[in-house]
Design a protein around this ligand. Sequence first.
Ligand code: N01
Length: 535
Amino acid sequence: MEIAQYDAIIIGAGISGMYQLHRLRGLGLSARVFEAGDDLGGTWYWNRYPGCRFDSESYSYGYSFSDDILREWDWSEHFAAQPETLRYLEFVAAKLDLRRDIQFGSRVESAAYDEEANLWEVLLADGRSARSRIVITAIGALSTPVLPAIEGIQSFRGPAIHTGLWPREPVEYAGRRVAVIGTGASGVQVIQEMAKVAAHLTVFQRTPNWCAPLHNSPIDAESQRRIHASYPEIFARCRETFGQFLHDSDRRNALDLSPEEREAVWEQLYAEPGFGIWMANFRDVLVSEEANRLLSNFVARKIRERVNDPALAEKLIPTDHGFGTRRVPLETNYYEVYNQENVRLVDLRDSPIQRITPDGIQTAAEDFAFDLIVFATGFDAVTGAFDRIEFRGAAGQTLKEAWADGPRTYLGLQVPGFPNLFTLVGPHNSATFCNIPRCIEQNVDWVSGLLAYAKERGITRIEASEKAADEWTEHVHAAAGRMLFSKVNSWFTGVNRNQPGHDQRRVLLYAGGAPAHRQRCDEVARDGYPGFLLR
Ligand code: N01
């Protein structure tokens, strides 16, 4: 059987894979996208749980590269829900005629570099294979769902579904007895949605998170007109902010202001839509324990005001980490849900789950019966999607082995020993800590620039040097070390209590900010790609 060969193979047909395909076509390269799902959309294909929506302003999230796409698409809400985002990505795919180069239902199992041929051999789960000179991973940072390590998990008789593997068919929850395990961003969204109609909703919380109001609203005709007229300013603003959100940090320090002055700012941020309370806050609140404590006290007061039962409010207030040191779930009436008769919080710190039974969940204190269990238990973040594929590099070493002591990359985009392999959304580049399509576009554009440079010069082998990777990795560690989040267990630091070997914190994210990452990448491009061995 003849093995298909392409200039480039892209793994994943989400936001990054779709745009990368478009750019490779523009370079005149043949490309094939292998996508595990039956359709495109990545995150927005898999996470179709009730309540799933943006925490980024819709118009700051869409692709910026095409005036036609911008002109022809109207977002209906300031923070659009998942079905609309998926429709948007389908619209983009149709507009750019992307589907003809995407192969669905094609999970990549391994990719091995053949030094002699200077080609990657990519093997799919169904046994088919293909070859290419270049492999580009577009596999997401939060795409490997993890079920909780709870005894009896397979024994439950009813539907038991992870938020990140939500089926296309409707799941009945109105009038049912529902359990939700997990209170991260996914849990919060699903809880506040299902609580509206479930007969009874029981939330199993192990660690409370600091949540803040989303303040979503429909986009009226006048706002729509203004958004369309100001796309250049919207994207220019995003380019300059730390996480490429519309919210830019306040240059002042909370600790330099009087209590009245900083409280006035916090009141305003808490009342504004989106991530302002996290991203537009004083610049010391995510680096100074004292400033962070003051902000946490402010948000704790808000939670106490919103939850009627004072003892319950205390259970919802984090005590083991400060505001913003884990990803802040944005919410709509999340805290008020706990004032409803049909909702109950089970604090697993008081009574841990012992097992899942055919009828429901058993804690140390009680037996619960359910019709549906929702696992909002998160992902094997950032490196999980890489670990699922066996990447074998030039010296026969696997990527998993190369990253055994933590990821080591150059610019978060390449790894020594893995020539012509590019990681669009992966450890140590800004995309994992970003209004993600903004950083995706940045990374895709940069990789495409490098491939164009190589094509013009007849370069067929691109590999990051050991020295460049050491320096970048050291820089990434130093940037993370300054931030309070690096001292907290969460997916940011790679801690996952459901997975053996994931109990130590690792440096996964680039915390130097998206503008700094772009500047560094642009300098490298301008200077002829120092740090890469080009042949
Ligand atoms: O996952 P998480 P997520 N028993 O890891 C709990 C993005 N996102 O899917 O903290 C009981 O944050 C776990 O408890 P603990 C966003 O970047 C974006 O919610 O480990 N509980 C935690 O509460 C987000 O940060 C959007 O003690 C268990 C929860 O499950 C990222 O995805 C929307 C448990 C997991 O929280 C991940 O969010 C949604 C167990 N055995 C997500 N195991 C938007 O943009 C785990 N937990 C809108």
